[in-house]
Design a protein around this ligand. Structure first.
Ligand code: URA
Length: 426
């Protein structure tokens, strides 16, 4: 088989066979195909797309490039959760302890943030001493003993995705629905859970800017999961404004702690309860919303986060330590009216420029800095009301203020924000 023939076939809009896709992935991981040829194929896929059959074959070829986690030693139905990325997304930090507090085991691998989006692993690392790198044996043993574990993605799972993602990142081929779907689902399938809840974000701060593409991606991923016998549900969720109030690693941990102590932003809390109900349904259990609320109010869900943190080397005190910053800067309203826009992309970029995120994969980040919103879309503000606070450790670039100005719109008509737009696969 000649790789150039595969490029030509896809360039001409034809379907690649399973044998061709297997050849591509095996040979690329073995270092036998140069990046320039794979880049050409990725660009052809970007323009010509892939059928569900091709995407399923690509997903499984990527799964087979590495190890598959065997979670069968853990009792019950194991449920995983994945978000396609956003700004202020601290859901995992709340949802996983909440689910574990009901006795449902959760073994979760998470990623780091890139660009304007945040990642759970960076948020966890803002907790002093916490280790996110565990061996697969330690990871499973921890779930057996305390019911939950959240660690970084093992290099042994879907190594083909790691190679391809790095290449997509520098060849402008990330935003392809079949490539995103196969990338996410190869890691989820290799990670071994029986059921998967996918949070597919839509809007300015998300990969998918419009509902039609988000729906296509969600449907494709649900199909890929079900093809291999995993119960899979996707929710389309709004990412036009940040999730909750905090953007930035330590600030988001503090907000997650507030939600776990039942003192969090109401919209964020209700959204997480919605996701929790779906996860519980996937686990085949029946738990009322009232019981979920009880576990927030009686400290049991928070205790599970404490268990996770202390078991992974962090201290309980560090969970509630305030952010270490030099200065806070309040941004105030210049006009009166309703907040009609709090753009997630611009605010995510502003937080990144403050040091909370990475422009490139190798950048160092400042875990302490970020932004805390005082208002959300739909709120009424008067002149000089505080809209948000910047938590900074270095001189604030003019570009940050520019982004903040562009991010916020105050208008005459009250707009209601919506968290879950649609559920796919129920
Ligand atoms: N997240 C992934 O893991 N892969 C993609 O391609 C996009 C988002």
């Amino acid at each position: 088989m000649r790789f150039v023939d595969l490029i030509e076939k896809k360039r001409n809009g034809k379907e690649l066979s399973k044998q061709e896709i297997d050849f591509w992935i095996k040979a690329y991981v073995a270092g036998k195909i140069p990046d320039y040829q794979v880049s050409a194929l990725l660009m052809a896929i970007y323009f010509k797309g892939m059928s569900i059959k091709e995407t399923a074959n690509l997903t499984l070829a990527m799964v087979d490039s590495g190890q598959r986690l065997d979670l069968s030693q853990l009792a019950g139905i194991k449920v995983d959760k994945h978000s396609t990325g956003g700004v202020g997304d601290k859901v995992t930090l709340v949802l996983i302890p909440l689910i574990a507090s009901l006795g449902i085991p959760v073994a979760k691998m998470s990623g780091r943030g890139l660009g304007h989006t945040g990642g759970t692993i960076d948020k966890l690392e803002s907790i002093d001493g916490l280790q996110v790198e565990l061996s697969i044996e330690q990871f499973i043993q921890q779930v057996q003993e305390i019911g939950l574990s959240v660690v970084g993605q093992s290099n042994d799972l879907a190594p083909a995705d790691k190679l391809l993602y790095a290449l997509r990142d520098v060849t402008a081929t990330v935003e392809s629905i079949p490539l995103i779907a196969s990338s996410i689902m190869s890691k989820k399938i290799a990670a071994g859970s029986d059921a998967i809840l996918l949070d597919v974000t839509v809007g300015s701060g998300a990969f998918m800017k419009d509902l039609t593409n988000a729906r296509t991606l969600a449907e494709m991923m649900v199909q890929l999961g079900r093809n291999v016998g995993r119960k899979t549900i996707a929710v389309l969720t709004d990412m036009n404004e940040p999730l909750g109030l905090a953007i930035g690693n330590r600030l988001e941990v503090l907000e997650a702690v507030d939600v776990l102590k039942n003192k969090g932003d109401v919209g964020l809390t209700e959204f997480i309860l919605d996701l929790a109900e779906l996860m519980i349904q996937l686990a085949g259990e029946e738990v009322s919303r009232a019981l979920l609320r009880d576990n927030l109010a009686n400290g049991q869900a928070y205790q599970k986060l404490v268990d996770l943190v202390t078991r992974q080397g962090g201290s309980e005190a560090s969970l509630i330590r305030p952010a270490k910053i030099h200065q806070t800067i309040e941004i105030k309203a210049k006009s009166e009216g309703f907040i009609t826009k709090l753009d997630a992309l611009e605010l995510g970029k502003a937080a990144m420029l403050l040091g909370a995120g990475r422009k490139t994969k190798d950048d160092l980040i400042d875990y302490e800095v970020g932004i805390v919103l005082a208002k959300k879309v739909g709120d009424f503000v008067k002149i000089d009301d505080v809209l948000l606070t910047l938590y900074v450790n270095q001189d604030t670039a003019a570009e940050v203020y520019q982004l903040i100005n562009q991010a916020i719109t105050i208008g005459k008509i009250q707009k209601q924000a919506q968290s879950i737009i649609e559920v796919i696969g129920l």
